[in-house]
Ligand binder design. Structure first.
Ligand code: UDP
Length: 418
């Protein structure tokens, strides 16, 4: 059997009662969600991805599975596993789906197929619906023993202009699924011949330790304990150390800001994900940058920065940056907006859809523009406040977990009726 993620422990402090979301999203949505859950009684759902920690997919599954279970939905979360060579291949596929160059050799194809075939043999057959996330396990459906289960492939990547070689290799596997889900319509490759394509944005859990309210005092203490000066402005980017998240671009933008506002500090927080070998290489480069400047702080989950600390850092920062060059959705943007923070972010993937109307000006396409927008916000506390408030409202209405769960359960019902 594929290893199962023990979600109870994975997201310890999280509330799992859907009624707790009523004050945030209203009664109608929670009632609809519970009704859908009741209608799926007895249906066994298995979510499958490649890592239990690090990155948006793990974040989402860790949040939604316990709530589904609390509502009586029989939902499990299982992991495929692979060695370093497999994850090098799948990270290259991830990048290629986002448009990066790729040298797709027979060895690469074989590494991928051998592992997915081996994992498919470990699939437990008693589920009614499998929801498979991203390219790492995409060939599972192909290799799984035929049974009556329905299969959904959930793509979290901006695959609107995929590398043609990698895409033509993966496409036939994806077309075998009963339904495919993209974050937005624009992400669906134009030639995908999907039986059923659906568009559902991800969401954040407002009650998780990552996003719950925290007393200001706690946030301040977390920052001060990390050496950050609370009396000087703090810019923050939280992101995997990944070239597409452009942490080096953030450092460059910060340096431009610092020429005009020497008091500014930069905190870079990056979780290291088990399926992301690139991250370790990038961390070395970032550490070298911070060694040259006492006002650049680098933190990782390896040095104890977990969900609570990320929450405190986001709440304590003056401006959050998410300078992505390519992006799936970018949960970090909603996380920061939900905390009432102004965000300067790359005009990439699902980021613009999260921005409140009238603040799209803070979407940027380069280092200089990023620095300019940060400077503008640093000089205007009213604007920072208004932006944060508008952002919080936008997230409440569109990107809180119950919306996503509602849409997913609807889809599960739909595929079961095929
Ligand atoms: N994250 C974290 N610590 C970090 C970096 C990221 O907890 O140091 C979390 C972040 O809070 C968010 C998720 O990982 O919930 C990243 O999701 P996103 O969609 O922004 O990007 P992805 O990493 O999936 O490309």
């Amino acid at each position: 059997m594929l290893p199962q993620v023990a979600v109870g422990r994975h997201c310890c402090a999280q509330s799992t009662n859907p009624d707790n979301y009523r004050p945030l999203v209203g009664d109608a949505l929670v009632d609809e969600l519970k009704q859908l859950a009741r209608s799926l009684a007895g249906v066994r759902i298995c979510q499958i991805n490649a890592t239990a920690a690090g990155g948006g997919v793990a974040e989402l599954l860790g949040a939604e599975i316990p709530i589904l279970q609390a509502m009586g939905v029989n939902a499990d979360w299982r992991l495929i596993h692979g060695d370093a060579a497999f994850f090098e291949v799948t990270k290259a596929f991830h990048n290629a789906l986002q448009g990066a160059d790729s040298d797709l050799t027979e060895t690469i194809k074989q590494t991928y197929l051998d592992r997915d075939r081996a994992c498919a043999e470990m699939i437990e057959g008693a589920y009614d619906v499998y929801i498979v996330h991203d390219p790492q396990p995409a060939a599972l459906k192909h290799f799984a023993k035929a049974n009556r289960a329905r299969w959904i492939w959930r793509c979290h990547i901006d695959s609107s202009e995929p590398n043609p070689q990698v895409w033509s290799f993966l496409k036939p596997f994806i077309e075998e699924y009963d339904a495919v889900v993209f974050t937005m319509k624009e992400f669906c490759p134009p030639d995908l011949n999907a039986a059923h394509a659906v568009f559902i944005p991800p969401a954040i859990d407002p009650l998780s330790t990552k996003n719950m309210e925290l007393p200001e005092e706690v946030c301040k203490r977390a920052l001060a304990n990390s050496g950050i000066d609370l009396n000087r402005p703090i810019l923050l980017q939280v992101s995997r150390f990944d070239p597409w998240k452009d942490p080096l671009g953030v450092v460059k933008a910060y340096r431009l800001v610092k020429e005009r506002r020497p008091e500014v500090q930069l905190a870079l927080v990056g979780a290291m994900a088990g399926d992301d070998p690139e991250g370790w290489r990038m961390l070395e480069t970032i550490n070298a940058e911070s060694a040259k400047d006492n006002d650049i702080y680098v933190f990782t989950n390896l040095t104890g920065v977990g969900n609570m600390e990320v929450n405190a850092f986001q709440r304590g920062a003056d401006i959050v940056i998410q300078k992505s060059l390519r992006e799936g959705f970018g949960l970090l943007v909603s996380e920061a907006l939900w905390k009432g923070k102004p965000v300067v972010a790359g005009r990439a993937g699902g980021i613009p859809m999260q921005f409140p109307e009238a603040y799209e000006d803070y979407l940027v396409s380069g280092v200089e523009e990023c620095a300019r927008k940060v400077l503008e916000l640093l000089g205007d506390s009213e604007e920072r406040k208004a932006f944060g408030e508008a952002g919080q409202e936008k997230v409440r209405k569109e990107f809180l977990l119950p919306w996503l769960m509602r849409d997913e359960l609807k889809l599960v019902k739909e595929v079961l009726s095929f």
